[in-house]
Design a protein around this ligand. Structure first.
Ligand code: HPA
Length: 263
């Protein structure tokens, strides 16, 4: 069976990986309509979804995470690669560094965060010992290593509600809890992906030192500029992962084969 990929583009990543866009498509899910692009890359089907919309019009707390993941499930996606722009909580993780995050701390407040809301009479508590797909993370790390791109093989992502940036007091607290980077979008994207049985990993790019570590006020502009600078690298890395990752998985992400969304 064909292996199908999706790329969820974060801040600064609004266009698919190549000009080989085959089709603009719409998926009508139980949670809303999702617009994506289908790309053919060296014979692989890749769906591209800009998380904030093509014009960055959706703030983190208004993204329809459930519809996005439900659409990928309906499209029979196996692997989801995403990007996340992050602030660094540590001096030793500078701007421009990539982090293949392996844990998260969830501080979001107002998001639809589960497919299991009990309305179907089913209460499910999903295991999150290993929140990101180890198989996909392995190939992501391998590709970065082969290309001699500076990156960290692990990192804890603190997800805030946003859309405001943090206070220096918050950043100090998050660092003391073991956080490495901070962003606003990875949760509930990652948790919904696991509930849906998708293999999901995120490549975080440090676009700034977080508030209080940075000596100047934070701006969205600097985040976008750093993302733009690294866009070509991210695209290349994702494309190489797509053509090298084997379809056989040794992970437990698809823990519930019979998962049905919104049915
Ligand atoms: N805080 C929250 N989200 C972010 C940051 C930050 O410093 N940088 C990029 N996304």
């Amino acid at each position: 069976m064909e292996t199908i990929f999706a790329i969820i583009g974060g801040t600064g990543f609004y266009q698919p990986l190549s000009s080989e866009c085959l089709q603009e498509i719409e998926v009508n899910t139980a949670y809303g309509i999702v617009r994506l692009q289908r790309i053919d890359y060296q014979g692989y089907t890749v769906f591209f979804l800009p998380r904030h919309g093509k014009e960055h019009h959706l703030p983190p707390h208004r993204i329809n995470y459930r519809a996005n993941i439900a659409a990928l499930k309906e499209l029979k996606v196996d692997y989801v690669l995403s990007t996340t722009a992050v602030g660094s909580l540590r001096q030793e993780i500078p701007r421009g560094m990539f982090v293949v995050i392996d844990q998260f701390i969830d501080l979001t407040k107002s998001r639809e965060h589960t497919f299991y809301d009990g309305l179907e009479g089913e209460v499910v508590h999903t295991d999150f010992t290993e929140p990101y797909c180890p198989h996909l993370r392995h190939y992501l790390c391998d590709t970065l290593k082969k290309r001699a791109i500076p990156f960290k093989t692990q990192g804890t992502y603190v997800c805030t509600e946003g859309p405001r940036y943090e206070t220096p007091a918050e950043i100090k607290a998050y660092a003391s809890w073991g956080g490495d980077v901070v962003g606003m979008t990875n949760v509930p994207e990652v948790t919904l992906a696991r509930e849906a049985g998708l293999c999901y990993a995120s490549l975080s790019l440090v676009t700034n030192y977080a508030a209080g570590i940075s000596l100047s006020p934070l701006t969205h502009q600097e985040v976008v500029e750093e993302m733009n600078e690294k866009m070509a690298v991210i695209r290349d890395v994702f494309m190489e992962v797509i053509i090298t990752i084997p379809p056989e998985k040794d992970c437990r992400c698809n823990f519930k084969e019979d998962f049905k969304l919104g049915n």
